[in-house]
Design a binder for this molecule. Structure first.
Ligand code: SF4
Length: 891
């Protein structure tokens, strides 16, 4: 079986674009993956993360066996223990003392079974998910205004729009294939306008005709002012408003207080008047407008209101349900949408039903369940607070890492200690959250799982397994069903294959639906296993009216509210309240993604090709803030507040990418990959009172230089785990494990701690204590085992030759001398930071090519190949051209 030829079509496990992926090779040697040409999300393209999927399939760090308090146990023991504990907690403390916390990484079938167990059989709705952190505000706003959690449009709308307004979205890095589709559309129709609304100048601004770097929190004011302006300019769609909506007067009234004129709006938003006028004029004059928004809108204390202020604009101008016109919320996770379909959020039931008596009764009869939850459960922030308070006695975390991603992450860590039993089912063994669990259950990973996911345009795609699971790892749906069966629900959870679960899910969606609910898969009911296996990507609903799926909702002017009319939501724009110390030294911390990593890096950190774009956690500063605070570019900085601290590398942005008084920190690094970079520890628990979504983009912090005595790096043949120094960051390379290191204490002690990690002790060493220069290496059987360089001031950007030396079978005397001298034999190319991950093209090579006459991304592509595969680096290539182009070329 291991040499069987693979020909499998599956779906990328990362972002909400949901690209199709072609798998070939053999299970023992999976070939480089390719984009699926027939998949309507990506038509053959993959971004850099997707392109590296085959590099992430190794067994390193996998959780292979069930464990109980750190000791391996059998599935039987572990499952019985979990089932018994849930039963005991229910009988002693009631069903609300049990909680599940899931993930947008779960497949729809996994999610369905978890939700069914919790809400239909345990009898509580305490099942929430990390999707709460991602798009709960967008969900709440859709439900308030259009009556259902329905993304109205499709990806083609992004290409057909004449005006694209991207708000709080760095699509170039977070949703790269959609960004490429937008880029191609603009290239084909240069008259298409793109506006980016974002406090930061991100890679997405490369596509923008207009960038509005607004003051964080002023977006509702901006959109309310725009609504007022459209009203004053008589630019509303009065026919649509009259026939298909209600409550416009209240929305206009609420919006009217946003700003008296452009001057006042400019003062509130920090955007020049002229740019505001340009944006408003474009919006007024462009019927085919798509508003594309993401975490910058959702992750806020008023995220639901913000999203509704956007939806209001589209309702007021009738720009919904038409080609190239809709309010388009884009989800971060691969199956956030699938989770919403099955009721994965604590305030949903299942199949887009709520907790009304009719919905509860319908679901109870369908499931034949003994105890359907009576009311919504605890949303993520409240859920973990109740874990800490001791009210929740049993917690099951599925495929996610809340000890990193939740706000006030150290408090979540503390909360775990207060819970009688913490179960974590995950494919990875070493996460911050697995370290806090009593019971670990090994779950199947991407490449092994079989089921469906739904992307941001409501398109259901199959994720197909093509590898056997290592050790005793099993699919999540199997694990949850086994626990349910052991709780006494054998018949209700007697699934043998995910196709049976999907069929039940589809049947529930159509059960007593009769057009009353948007989510309807009646056209997919009754599929055989073969049909399920062959299911082609399709957008829901799939029913008698739309047997091939439906691209756009609301083209008929009928909404899912009681009156069937869309409802304007009056939204008051209020400046965000800054809590705690707001001295002149206080900075507002914003968080987000980098291009080549995904979430808490459990998968992307396995691909050496992805580690070289941004190798260390960092913080972006405005030059004036950096100067005021004594922070130097490329040096370490401590960012802190009452809740915690992180130590990361400072980037002083002289390119006007970072607003003054604010700092940007990426979200990805965990205790597995860095000594002190869990940014969640700094974020307070403030959240939107309607959606419960935490305000992950606004935390008060302070920053100061983090002086160290020495800096350096460590390369090793094996993974050493955490190191004994203040600052370390771990990355894999092609042939060695690599640590960036620095410390405040005696480097000799640190070097001893490294040496103690190896049994052999024949270290070669160059030492110059007076200048704090140390270079050590360990060679065993003529093979390099470790290299450790410690210098007072560290500047050793070119170390690829050392990494390559780890691949050598035998080290010559000259090699050994070169290592201790700290210089390669002969001249070695220093590529600098990798910009194009696909072809490993570094900044120094690009700089040289620009000096040699390359003046466009295309010319760089012809010369170096950079940007010619996935295209994710093209915005960075353009900014490097702007940075390095000779002055005469610019003139
Ligand atoms: S855009 Fe990239 S990360 Fe997102 S689904 Fe497509 S290939 Fe995966």
């Amino acid at each position: 079986m291991r040499d069987q030829e693979l020909k499998v079509q599956t779906t990328c496990p990362y972002c909400g674009v949901g690209c199709g992926v072609d798998i070939s090779g053999t299970p023992d040697d999976v070939a480089p993956v390719a984009g699926m040409k027939t998949h309507p999300a990506n038509f053959g393209r993959l971004c850099v993360k997707g392109s590296a999927l085959h590099n992430t399939l190794g067994p390193d760090d996998r959780l292979l066996h069930p464990t109980l308090n750190g000791s391996q146990t059998s599935w039987d023991v572990a499952l019985n223990l979990v089932a018994d504990k849930i039963r005991q907690v229910i009988s002693t403390h009631g069903p609300d003392a049990v909680a599940f916390y899931g993930s947008g990484q779960l497949l729809t079938e996994d999610y369905y079974v978890a939700n069914k167990l919790m809400k239909g059989f345990i009898g509580s709705a305490n099942m929430d998910t990390n999707s709460r952190l991602c798009m709960a505000s967008a969900v709440a706003s859709y439900k308030r205004s259009i009556g259902s959690d329905t993304v109205p449009g499709c990806y083609e709308d992004l290409e057909q729009a004449d005006l694209l307004v991207l708000t709080g979205s760095n699509a170039a890095w977070a949703h790269p294939i959609l960004f490429q589709r937008m880029t191609a559309a603009k290239k084909a129709r240069p008259e298409m306008k793109v506006v980016v609304i974002d406090p930061r100048k991100t890679a997405t601004c490369d596509l923008a005709d207009l960038h509005l770097p607004i003051k964080p929190g002023s977006d509702t004011t901006l959109f309310n002012a725009l609504l007022t302006y459209l009203h004053q300019q008589d630019a509303l769609d009065n026919e649509f408003i009259a026939n298909c909506s209600e409550n416009i007067e209240a929305a206009l009234e609420a919006a009217s207080g946003a700003a008296r004129d452009f001057a006042e709006l400019a003062a509130i938003t920090d955007v020049p008047e002229q740019d505001l006028e340009t944006f408003f004029t474009w919006f007024k004059d462009t019927p085919k407008t798509v508003s594309f928004y993401s975490q910058g809108v959702n992750q806020s204390v008023d995220g639901t209101d913000k999203a509704n202020s956007i939806v209001n604009l589209h309702l007021a101008t009738g720009r919904i349900g038409k080609p190239g016109a809709c309010p388009f919320s884009i989800t971060g996770q691969p199956n956030a949408m699938g989770g919403r379909e099955v009721g994965g959020l604590a305030n949903q039931l299942a199949a887009h039903m709520d907790f009304s008596p009719a919905d509860r009764d319908r679901v109870r009869r369908f499931w034949n369940s003994p105890a359907v939850a009576e009311k919504p459960g605890l949303k993520a922030v409240d859920l973990f607070s109740e874990v800490k308070s001791g009210k929740i006695k049993f917690l099951w975390v599925m495929s996610t890492n809340p000890l990193v991603s939740m706000p006030d992450a150290d408090d979540v860590k503390e909360a775990m200690k207060h819970c009688e039993l913490v179960v974590v089912s995950d494919c990875m063994a070493n996460t911050d959250t697995t370290a806090a669990a009593h019971v670990l259950l090994p779950a199947a990973s991407w490449g092994e799982k079989n089921g469906t996911v739904t992307n941001s345009e409501r398109r259901i795609s199959r994720q197909r397994g093509f590898l056997p699971s290592p050790g005793e790892a099993r699919p999540d749906w199997w694990i949850i069903s086994q626990v349910a069966q052991r709780m006494g629900y054998e018949e209700e959870f007697s699934y043998d294959h995910p196709s049976q679960i999907f069929d039940e899910h589809a049947r529930l969606s159509s059960f007593e639906n009769n057009g009353s609910r948007d989510f309807d898969l009646s056209g997919l009911v009754g599929m055989s296993q073969d049909q399920y296996d062959a299911l082609a990507p399709i957008q829901w609903p799939v029913n008698e009216e739309y047997p091939e799926g439906r691209a756009r909702f609301y083209d008929d002017g009928r909404f899912y509210t009681a009156s069937q009319k869309a409802k304007f939501i009056p939204v008051l724009a209020e400046a965000p309240v800054r809590k705690g110390s707001t001295s002149s030294d206080t900075l507002n911390m914003n968080t987000g993604r980098v291009r080549d990593h995904w979430h808490t890096m459990t998968r992307t950190a396995k691909a050496a090709v992805l580690a070289r774009h941004i190798a260390e956690p960092y913080a972006d500063f405005h030059p004036e803030d950096a100067m005021r605070l004594g922070i130097r570019d490329n040096k370490l900085v401590r960012i802190f507040n009452d809740r915690g601290q992180i130590v990361v590398r400072a980037q002083v942005r002289t390119d006007q990418a970072q607003r003054k008084g604010e700092v940007f920190v990426p979200m990805h690094w965990t205790s597995r990959y860095a000594s002190q970079a869990r940014m969640g520890a700094l974020i307070n628990k403030d959240n939107d009172p309607i959606s419960g979504q935490p305000a992950l983009k606004m935390s008060d912090v302070q920053a100061e230089a983090y002086p160290t005595q020495w800096e350096g790096f460590l390369l090793t043949a094996r993974d050493l785990g955490p190191l004994d120094t203040d600052y370390w960051v771990y990355n894999v390379t092609d042939s060695a494990h690599m640590y960036e290191i620095s410390g405040q204490s005696d480097p000799v002690e640190f070097m001893a701690s490294v040496r103690n990690k190896f049994a052999a002790n024949k270290w070669l060493m160059f030492s110059d204590p007076a200048n704090l220069h140390y270079r050590l290496c360990l060679i065993e059987d003529d093979k390099l085992q470790a290299v450790l360089f410690v210098h007072k001031e560290y500047d050793f950007s070119s170390r690829q030759w050392l990494i390559d030396t780890f691949a050598q079978d035998e080290l010559s005397m000259q090699d050994r001398r070169a290592i201790l001298a700290g210089r390669p034999l002969g001249k070695q190319e220093d590529k600098g930071a990798i910009i194009c991950s696909c072809f490993q093209v570094g900044e120094n090579s690009i700089k040289e090519a620009i000096a040699g006459g390359c003046g466009s991304a295309e010319e760089l592509g012809k010369s170096l190949k950079c940007g010619t595969n996935c295209g994710s680096c093209i915005p960075e290539l353009k900014s490097l051209i702007a940075k390095y182009q000779p002055a005469e070329a610019v003139e």
